[in-house]
Ligand binder design. Structure first.
Ligand code: GAP
Length: 454
C-alpha cells in the first residue's frame, strides 16, 4: 500500500536523515562549518551545485529559451537605494518580532507556537516576551569609504526590482511589444529572524523570477495562464502529484504590491509550505519607479496610440526551496527483499547531479572503462569509480540519485557489451558499448529532459 503523504510528511526522522545524507555526501552543508556555522547560510558541495544548476537550467530553458516572448537579464545585487523606497520595501518589508528578556532569544511574533521552553527562567519554562516590534528584513551594507547613513545600500530582497528599473531599456533594445516578459535568476537576501528547516528559510537564497508585462484588459487571462504553466513546470520535474498543490491567497495575506496571488506549495516533512509565488502585481512597480525616478515607464500601443502602464504578472520560485523539495520528494530508505535497506534519491534525470556512473568490475579493467567514461562525459556529467565492491558502489550512486550505472566486466572484453543498471528498479541489462550514448540519450532525455538535462 502506498504511504500516506500526510503521515510521511510529518515524520521528522525523514528530515534528519536527509539533512545528514546531504552533509555526508557533500550536497548541502552549513556555511563556515569550521567556525561553527553561520545561521541561515548554506554551502552547496560538488553534487549540490550540479543539482541546483540543473534546476536553474531547466527553468531557464522553459521560461526563457523556449519562448519568443521572454528575455533574460543578469542585474547587479546592489541597486540604487531609492529602488527600495519606491518598491515599498523600506516601509513595508518587515516581520513582527519579540525578544525574550530572560534568554535573549528573538522570535517572530506570528510563529510563537513552536519556540520551545525558555532555558533561563527559574520556576517557569515560559519565555518573558517583550511586546512585538517591526523588524525590517533587508540586509544593509555601505558603499564607498565612509559608513554614513547616506552611503547605506541594501542587498536585494528580491531579484525582480532591477527588472522593473531596466524595463524601458530592455523593451526598447529587444523591440518587444506588450505582452512580453523579462526573467532573471539570482541571489536575494533577507535578514530572517528565525532561519529554519534546513535551507527552507535562509538569509541568502536564490530566486528565479519572471515579470510578464501585459495590457490592463488582459491581466486576469495572463494570471490564469501563468498559474497553469507553473503547475506544469513542477509536475514535469517529477514531483509526486499528491505532494504538490496550488493555494490561492486570502485577501488579508496579500503582499503590499499584490492584487491577486497564489502559492505553489509542497508537502515537506514539516508540512505544506510555499515553494513559488505567482502574483498579479498590477502597475504598482512601474508606477512607483516612474514616480521616484522621474522617468516615464509607460508604453504606447503603436497601432491604437493608446498610452498605458503595463500590468505585471510575476512568477517567483525559490531555487533553494525547490531543490529541498526535490530532495524530500526523491529520498527514500527502501527495504529490500534480502532484509537489507538502501538509501535512494529517486531524482528526475533532468535534475540528477550525475547522469551515469562507470564502474569497472576490477581495477584491471580500468583502461576500457575510462575510455567509456570519457566518451560519455562529452554529453553528460559522468562519474568514474573503480574502488570497493560493486554492490557498495551501486549503493553510493543510488544515494545521490544517479539514474544509471554502467559496468565493464571480463565478459565485456569478449562481447563488447556492458551491464546497464537502472537506479529505481535496480534491473540490469546487457547492451552494446557502441550504442551506449544513443541508448542513454533516449532514456535520460526521453524522460522529459532536453538540452537542459546535460
Ligand atoms: N518577488 C516576489 C517575491 O520575492 P516571495 O513570495 O517573497 O515573493 C518568492 O518569494 C520565493 O522566494 C518564495 O516562494 C520562496 O521559494 C523563495 N524565498 C523567499 N524567502 C526565502 C527564504 N528566506 N529562504 C529561502 N527561499 C525563500
Amino acid at each position: 500500500m502506498a504511504a500516506d503523504p500526510e503521515t510521511t510528511a510529518t515524520n521528522p526522522t525523514r528530515m534528519e536523515d536527509l539533512v545528514s545524507l546531504c552533509a555526508r555526501r557533500g550536497l548541502i552543508f552549513q556555511s563556515s562549518e569550521i567556525y561553527g556555522g553561520i545561521n541561515g547560510f548554506w554551502d552547496y558541495g560538488p553534487l549540490g551545485v550540479e543539482l541546483k544548476n540543473n534546476l536553474k537550467a531547466f527553468w531557464w530553458q522553459r521560461v526563457v529559451r523556449e519562448r519568443e516572448d521572454v528575455e533574460g537579464v543578469d542585474s547587479a545585487i546592489v541597486a540604487h537605494p531609492r529602488t527600495w523606497e519606491a518598491s515599498g520595501h523600506v516601509e513595508h518589508f518587515s516581520d513582527p518580532m519579540v525578544d525574550c528578556r530572560a534568554c535573549k532569544k528573538r522570535f517572530r511574533a506570528d510563529q510563537l507556537d513552536d519556540i520551545g521552553p525558555c532555558p533561563s527562567r527559574e520556576g517557569t519554562s515560559e519565555h518573558d516576551l517583550t511586546p512585538a516590534r517591526h523588524f525590517n528584513l533587508m540586509l544593509r551594507t555601505f558603499i564607498g569609504a565612509s559608513e554614513e547613513a547616506a552611503d547605506t545600500a541594501y542587498l536585494r530582497a528580491e531579484t525582480c526590482q532591477s527588472i522593473f528599473t531596466d524595463f524601458r531599456r530592455i523593451r526598447e533594445t529587444s523591440r518587444h511589444k506588450i505582452p512580453f516578459g523579462i526573467a532573471q535568476i539570482g541571489k536575494a537576501f533577507r535578514n530572517e529572524i528565525n532561519p529554519r528547516n534546513f535551507t527552507f528559510r535562509s538569509r541568502e537564497f536564490e530566486q528565479a523570477e519572471l515579470e510578464y508585462f501585459v495590457h490592463p484588459s488582459e491581466r486576469e487571462r495572463w494570471f490564469e495562464y501563468w498559474l497553469d504553466e507553473r503547475q506544469r513546470f513542477h509536475r514535469d520535474l517529477g514531483f509526486a502529484p499528491e505532494r504538490l498543490r496550488m493555494r490561492p491567497h486570502e485577501p488579508d495575506e496579500l503582499a503590499h504590491y499584490a492584487k491577486a496571488a497564489a502559492d505553489v506549495e509542497y508537502l515537506f516533512p514539516f508540512g505544506w509550505q510555499e515553494i513559488e509565488g505567482i502574483h498579479d502585481r498590477g502597475d504598482w512597480d512601474l508606477t512607483r519607479h516612474s514616480e521616484y525616478a522621474g522617468r516615464d515607464l509607460g508604453v504606447t500601443d503603436e497601432e491604437t496610440k493608446e498610452k498605458f502602464v503595463p500590468m505585471v504578472i510575476e512568477t517567483s520560485v525559490g531555487i533553494d526551496r525547490t531543490t529541498l523539495a526535490l530532495l524530500c520528494d526523491a529520498f527514500e530508505v527502501e527495504e529490500l527483499a534480502d532484509g537489507e535497506s538502501r538509501n535512494v534519491l529517486r531524482l528526475h534525470p533532468v535534475v540528477a547531479p550525475i547522469k551515469a556512473a562507470v564502474l569497472p568490475l576490477s581495477k584491471k579493467l580500468s583502461e576500457p572503462a575510462r575510455r567509456i567514461a570519457a566518451e560519455l562525459r562529452r554529453h553528460w556529467n559522468v562519474f568514474y569509480d573503480e574502488s570497493g565492491n560493486i554492490g557498495r558502489r551501486y549503493r553510493r550512486q543510488d544515494e545521490v540519485g544517479t539514474p544509471f550505472c554502467i559496468t565493464w566486466d571480463f565478459e565485456s572484453e569478449d562481447d563488447g557489451q556492458v551491464t546497464l543498471r537502472e537506479r529505481d528498479s535496480m534491473q540490469q541489462e546487457r547492451i552494446s558499448a557502441d550504442g551506449l550514448v544513443a541508448h542513454l540519450r533516449r532514456r535520460l532525455e526521453g524522460a522529459g529532459g532536453s538540452e537542459a538535462a546535460r
